[in-house]
Design a protein around this ligand. Structure first.
Ligand code: HEM
Ligand code: HEM
Length: 178
């Protein structure tokens, strides 16, 4: 069994992590801008287009991870309890990596605003305008990104803890993703 995640898995991991951090920051910043701010429209457009792209990257990553490749086996030296917690956090991370952008997409769809994909094409509106559903997904899109960030903090603390406890050693899992 290889020790490291393969290159495709590593590129997926870091590209998606970077996009999530930027989308989170931009999302918070843009929604706090006054309605007549000159950058508001373009930031919303960029946030929505790159968030829409992220949905498909996450779908591709799930296919890659679940069907097309195999994760390296967990080091034997890791306590079973840590492996259990890690797996639970990873499962929730995948769930939220879908819920967060899909709720953003559905919020916009039900509000009647299509996604303009970087000026290349417009994603067709899949559903009719619906104020109630739009409000529901807006609410989801307000809280779910914080839940995702909370899980990311736990996930990173786990990696940092193992690195500090055993730098470069068998339980230093960070080196498997670098
Ligand atoms: C992982 C991807 C995404 C992340 C991390 C993210 C994060 C955020 C955050 C933190 C906010 C601020 C929420 C608030 O405090 O009100 C926000 C707002 C927003 N997001 Fe996203 N978002 C993502 C994907 C998307 C997608 C795919 C769309 C639509 C296609 C979208 C549309 C919006 C819109 C329209 C707002 C502004 C809502 C308002 O004005 O209150 N987001 N996003
Ligand atoms: C938005 C941010 C992040 C998300 C959504 C995320 C998600 C994930 C997921 C789903 C996996 C499982 C492997 C896979 O299916 O490809 C994973 C593995 C991993 N992540 Fe992250 N991650 C994020 C940020 C980070 C950061 C900042 C670090 C660095 C401290 C990190 C360190 C790791 C490590 C070391 C592994 C491999 C664990 C193992 O050995 O199996 N992640 N991450």
């Amino acid at each position: 069994m290889p020790e490291k995640y393969n290159l495709t898995s590593r590129v997926f991991h870091w590209l998606i992590a970077l996009m999530i951090f930027v989308l989170f920051g931009v999302g918070l910043y843009m929604s706090g801008l006054p309605d007549d701010h000159p950058s508001r429209g373009s930031l919303y457009g960029l946030h929505k287009a790159s968030g829409f792209l992220l949905i498909w990257l996450v779908v591709a990553r799930i296919l890659w991870t679940a069907v097309l490749t195999r994760a390296p086996a967990m080091p034997d030296a890791l306590p079973a309890r840590d492996v259990k917690i890690h797996k639970a956090v990873i499962g929730l991370l995948y769930l939220l990596m879908l819920i967060v952008p899909v709720s953003g997409f559905l919020m916009s769809t039900f509000a009647g605003f299509p996604v303009d994909f970087f000026g290349l094409f417009e994603v067709p509106l899949l559903f009719e305008k619906n104020r109630q559903l739009g409000g529901f997904f807006h609410e989801v899109h307000e809280y779910a990104p914080w839940l995702l960030m909370g899980l990311v903090v736990l996930h990173v603390l786990g990696a940092v803890r193992h690195r500090l406890a055993d730098p470069g050693g068998p339980t230093d899992v960070l080196k498997r993703m670098l």
